[in-house]
Design a protein around this ligand. Structure first.
Ligand code: 1HN
Length: 342
């Protein structure tokens, strides 16, 4: 070893006072993949704690009542993967989660319950299970529950990027709820109907479509599954698109929904994006590296960067996921590898 040479060791120690280190002694990672590990949060175990948190703290006290899903290999970071945050948020009937805005982009994936809304820049969006709702960066947003049952959703944020760049700004709105300035459905009509306003010029980098409703996503997947053959690794997998660019809904996060037909047994595949999955329907398995993950509806699990993943479906499965693929593609880092054969 280079360090067993005493004169080199002396050099190493002499220069440390100048905040320098020899590159030949580095212990830095020089291979694909991250420290994140495969992990699952089972709805059957998590749901009672979410409801307990709802008894112990109000949204007024908490601002957001969220149980963060922290990767056990990334303790202290709050993150599910090295680049992505995931948390389960619950809001009770009558509650409001006050208005703020921040530099990180956020997505909501609705897990359970009806009657809650997210308001984004003056427009309220009613959230239904399976809907994917966007909160573009620096957009004022608040949540409320006008219904009669608790509503739970998965939050996905690209906080790590804002932190990495030293660009994590935050601001509070003067009132708890922001005033409603647009009718519900306005963004859907303008941007979400395969049409765009004439002369539309995007103001930000995130998709202006505030809600991608599950009814339409599911219908598209079901039709694909009726009419063709699944991809050998991914089943029938679609990505959500920003209609303005054709690209991903966020500059950092790619977002997907996939259908695995009953009995599907996929090929192993790996890619450099780390992903957070949320099970919408069905049961099955994800073999992620050495870890076998048995999943059921509402479970959340992580497939880290460059781990082989093999998906199997015991029943027709619908899986939502988001990953850092958008950022990786934009910066030229993204790669994938699909194994050949069965
Ligand atoms: C945030 O603004 C929300 O608006 C949820 O619901 C989770 C985690 C970290 C930073 C900001 C929300 C968040 C968050």
């Amino acid at each position: 070893m280079a360090t067993s040479n005493p004169r080199r060791a002396q050099l190493s120690s002499d220069i440390s006072a100048l905040n320098m280190r020899p590159l030949w002694e580095r212990v830095m990672r020089l291979k694909p993949g991250t420290a994140a590990q495969p992990v699952i949060w089972r709805w059957s175990e998590v749901q009672p704690y979410l409801m307990r948190s709802a008894e112990l703290i109000t949204t007024r006290e908490a601002e957001r009542r969220v149980l963060m899903l922290e990767n056990p290999a990334l303790k202290g970071t709050t993150f599910a993967t090295t680049t992505l945050y995931a948390g389960l948020q619950v809001i009770l009937p009558g509650e409001i989660a006050r208005t703020h805005r921040h530099a990180p982009n956020a997505l909501r994936f609705i897990v359970e319950g009806e009657g809650a809304y997210t308001a984004v820049e003056g427009e309220r969006v009613t959230m239904r299970p399976g809907d994917f709702v966007t909160t573009p960066n620096w957009a004022w947003h608040d949540h409320g529950n006008l219904g009669s049952e608790p509503v739970v959703w998965l939050d996905g944020l690209d906080l790590a990027f804002a932190n990495l760049f030293g660009a994590h700004f935050r601001e509070e709105f003067p009132q708890e709820s922001q005033p409603v300035s647009r009718a519900e459905g306005d963004a859907g009509a303008r941007y979400g109907a395969n049409l765009l306003p004439v002369d539309y010029r995007p103001t930000g980098r995130a998709s202006p479509v505030l809600c991608y409703p599950y009814s339409r996503t599911r219908e598209a997947l079901e039709q694909l599954a009726r009419n063709g053959e699944p991809d050998a690794a991914h089943g029938f997998k679609l990505r959500y698109a920003n209609p303005v660019t054709g690209g991903h809904p966020f500059p950092t996060m790619a977002v997907f929904m996939q259908w695995l037909p009953k009995g599907f047994s996929g090929r192993r595949a790996r890619s450099t994006d780390g992903a957070v999955f949320c099970v919408v329907e069905g049961r099955g398995q994800a073999q992620v590296g050495e870890t076998r993950i048995d999943f059921a509806p509402h479970d959340v699990f992580v497939v880290p960067s460059w781990e082989y993943c093999q998906l199997k479906a015991e029943a027709d499965c619908v899986l939502f996921s988001y990953s850092d693929r958008a950022a990786q593609e934009a910066l030229g880092f993204w790669r994938e590898e699909t194994t050949q054969g069965a």
